[in-house]
Design a protein around this ligand. Structure first.
Ligand SMILES: *Cc1c(COP(=O)(O)O)cnc(C)c1O
Length: 362
């Protein structure tokens, strides 16, 4: 089968080096080899997340930890900040976990604003909130620093943050932000195969989890901490992923984190330029566009060009590149192009050349 290069916002393209590491010979998860592997990547993960806390490895997709967070640290009532498909879904998950939950819903394309969160928390009803930093369905990045600043005003509210499609592409300083749970799946900006998530908890979140009698088994945060202290995971992890993560973290630090952030900014700007060149508008509210993917309006916003997205996708696919045709209720009225992971100016330009050719054939 001819290789189809992924420019959908997850899973993204995985490098040969990463795959090679993924296929390392298997080792036992309770042996010294595994402990050494985890102990080697722990400081790299801590540096990546700007934290002194232990970073945990979960063999699950991101949703496992997202649900786990609800079960571990929501006691009274959770405020689910909702601005797109993933963040909206988190509200359903809260209810399915039997928690009291309230929606802070904004229109798709808008970010969550600190003032809105402040007004809700001021009611005193909530002991936790969920926030998605980079809402992948709409291509919107909410102002995490401003929202996290509210933690000072509401120290007893547990802040749970999904950075699934932004972690490693933008700096997220866990300790400095003062948030409580931060998580990501590795098939997005990390550019690993899907199947693993990384997360970190504040001491306060762990103390709260310890009091939650029905926090479950597989995603018991207290067990993750206990095991991480021994450089282990609670159950048998996907060891291949951890070899791959180790290889990837070496790549991150060889490039340098600042360079990595700058590269994502640059490749994202190129995508926005491509859209503008062809007369498209962007879907997100101005100033809140993601820098790991671009959600392009195809009629969802007034003005701007519209095309047959399915046809554009097909023509581009025939040239070996897969772009996304829009998610959920904005499927077709938007389409998305990812620049996360290993993409460079050169690789993005290959995609744009293919897209230009497709556009000429529409
Ligand atoms: C992809 C994504 C998820 C879901 O991740 P899974 O790996 O499918 O569980 C959650 N949140 C955001 C922001 C995402 O982009």
């Amino acid at each position: 089968m001819a290789h189809l290069k992924l420019h959908i916002p997850g899973p993204v393209e995985v490098s040969e080096k990463t795959f090679k590491a993924f296929c390392s010979p298997m080792i036992g998860h309770r042996g010294q080899g595994f402990k050494d592997l985890y102990a080697k990547i722990q400081p790299q993960l801590q540096q990546l997340l700007y934290t002194k806390q232990l970073v945990y490895l979960s063999t699950s997709s991101a949703w496992g930890v997202m649900e786990g967070a609800i079960r571990n640290v929501v006691q009274k009532k959770v405020l689910n900040c909702m601005c797109g498909a993933f963040s909206d879904k988190w509200f359903d998950v809260s209810k399915k976990c039997g928690k009291q939950a309230e929606a802070l819903q904004v229109d798709w394309g808008s970010p969550i604003r600190a003032e809105q969160v402040d007004a809700k928390l001021a009611t005193g009803q909530f002991d936790a909130l969920t926030l998605i930093h980079n809402e992948t369905s709409t291509g919107v990045m909410s102002p995490l620093v401003e929202i996290a600043a509210l933690k000072k005003k509401y120290p007893d509210v547990t802040f749970i943050v999904d950075a699934v499609s932004s972690m490693s592409a933008v700096p997220i300083k866990f300790d400095e932000l003062g948030i409580d749970v931060l998580l990501a799946g590795t098939q997005k900006a990390f550019a690993l195969p899907p199947g693993t998530a990384v997360f970190v908890c504040s001491p306060a979140a762990l103390a709260k989890a310890a009091l939650a009698k029905d926090r479950g088994y597989y995603f018991d945060f207290v067990e993750f901490q206990k095991n991480a202290e021994q450089s282990m995971t609670p159950s048998t992890p996907s060891i291949g992923h951890i070899f791959a993560l180790s290889s990837k973290l070496d790549d991150f630090f060889a490039e340098g984190l600042e360079n990595r952030y700058a590269r994502h900014k640059k490749t994202n700007q190129l995508t926005r330029d491509w859209a503008a060149k062809h007369g498209f508008n962007l879907f997100p509210e101005k100033g809140f566009e993601s820098i790991t993917l671009t959600c392009i309006s195809n009629g969802a916003r007034p003005g701007g060009r519209t095309v047959d997205v399915a046809k554009l996708q097909k023509l581009t696919k025939d040239q070996g590149f897969l772009i996304d045709g829009g998610y959920g209720k904005i499927k077709g009225t938007t389409f998305r192009i990812s620049n996360m992971g290993d993409e460079t100016e050169a690789t993005m330009n290959q995609l744009f050349a293919a897209l230009d050719k497709s556009m000429a054939q529409l």
